[in-house]
Design a binder for this molecule. Structure first.
Ligand SMILES: [Fe+2]
Ligand SMILES: [Fe+2]
Length: 375
């Protein structure tokens, strides 16, 4: 008998997400220090040397989002990070030109002074915390000292994200190792499909109101979509010919197996209460569902299929079509996009996400060159 697995839908802000925690913290700060108009965190991705905007709480309606730069290209922050120093800027308008993107954005929204704190865990850079004010000189005097308690609280919130990321990275490593041993799907398939996932998510972010935090988790989690295949016997997984009906049912069980596996691992790691876990469960549990209800295992329809699963499905199908498999030649990008277009017209795939992928075929080709297409 198949075990029942329930699916959670994230509310608009992802439940108790880091964004929500930041808004709460910002409200506390403003209560005592009304001149602090914005708090933002940029996370440092050590593996790629990238600085990424992540969460923020501010009094403007168009937050700086989807900003991504190598830390080496932002020398002022790179210097703070290496010296373990904080920085107060009394008047942003007095900074020598040329201004970086972040400074230009702040000046354009009327912010005048800032306080920047690099965040570390055991000497490793986690990211930067920014406090900004519309008042010049707002961070002169005692204020930076008074903000230390909030700095520590933000650091703890960020650490939570990192701990989950590390647990997931461990699982991705396991998934890759198994892929290699059992020929499930190659590591390069996982690299390509998760890169497509991010491309699509960034392009539909405005339309579906997806924030940076959601997109980063989607990118991080998507390589785990087929983790449940570790529980499928080789005789079915590696069978060269067509599967019989009972075999197909057994193969389809990889979805529920995957959700169960994730729940068990997260329970072990003490990470069950993490809000982002819903994104991971939804990806694993929903990546074979189709909008018209013809997918599996639940035959969910339309909005019952979470956004994260819809995006992963499209990236996964696109890569399966364009990659070479023992039983088929690789399709060209145009052929694969035409097939996705057909499936979206038939009401099976999200039309916005399919057009998003089609609109950045240059980047798609770059990803294919980077992570060779022979798998
Ligand atoms: Fe799958
Ligand atoms: Fe896949």
């Amino acid at each position: 008998m198949q075990e029942q697995v329930s699916y959670e839908h994230l509310d608009e802000d992802g439940g108790n997400s880091l964004n929500e925690q930041m808004r709460w913290l910002h409200a506390q700060v403003r209560h005592h220090h009304p001149q602090v108009h914005r708090i933002a965190i940029a996370l440092y991705d050590a593996r790629h040397g990238l600085l990424k905007t992540y969460v923020n709480s501010s009094d403007v309606t168009d937050p700086l989002a989807l900003y991504e730069r190598p830390l080496s290209e932002v020398p002022s922050l790179a210097e703070l990070a290496s010296r373990h120093e904080t920085r107060v800027i009394h008047d942003l308008t007095q900074l020598p030109a040329p201004h970086g993107e972040h400074t230009l954005w702040l000046l354009g929204r009327g912010y005048r002074s800032s306080y920047t704190v690099p965040l570390y865990q055991s000497g490793t850079l986690l990211g930067f915390l920014f406090f900004d004010s519309r008042k010049p000189g707002a961070f002169d005097g005692r204020l930076p000292e008074d903000l230390q308690i909030y700095v520590q609280l933000c650091r703890l919130s960020v650490l939570n994200v990192f701990n989950l990321s590390h647990a997931v990275e461990g699982m991705v490593k396991v998934a890759r190792g198994l892929a290699h041993l059992r020929d499930i799907e190659t590591g390069r398939h996982l690299d390509r499909m998760s890169s497509y996932v991010r491309l699509i998510a960034q392009r539909v972010a405005r339309h579906y109101r997806l924030d940076d935090e959601f997109i980063e988790h989607l990118y991080l989690f998507s390589p785990l979509h087929d983790i449940g295949k570790v529980g499928i016997p080789d005789s079915i997984l590696l069978k060269p010919g067509r599967l019989t009906d009972p075999e197909r049912l057994q193969m389809q069980a990889h979805v529920d197996l995957g959700v169960k596996l994730i729940d068990e691992v997260m329970q072990e790691a003490g990470l069950v209460a993490t809000p982002y876990l819903a994104i991971l469960r939804n990806i694993v549990g929903g990546h074979h569902e189709l909008l018209d209800g013809s997918g599996y295992p639940r035959g969910l329809r339309g909005d019952d299929i979470p956004m994260e699963a819809r995006i992963v499905t499209i990236a996964d199908i696109f890569d399966a079509l364009t990659a070479e498999r023992p039983y088929k030649r690789p399709w060209s990008n145009d052929e694969a996009l035409a097939e996705l277009g057909r499936m979206s017209t038939a009401g099976q795939l999200d039309a916005h996400c399919v057009s998003a992928l089609a609109s950045c075929i240059g980047e798609v080709s770059a990803i294919q060159r980077r992570f060779g297409l022979s798998g």
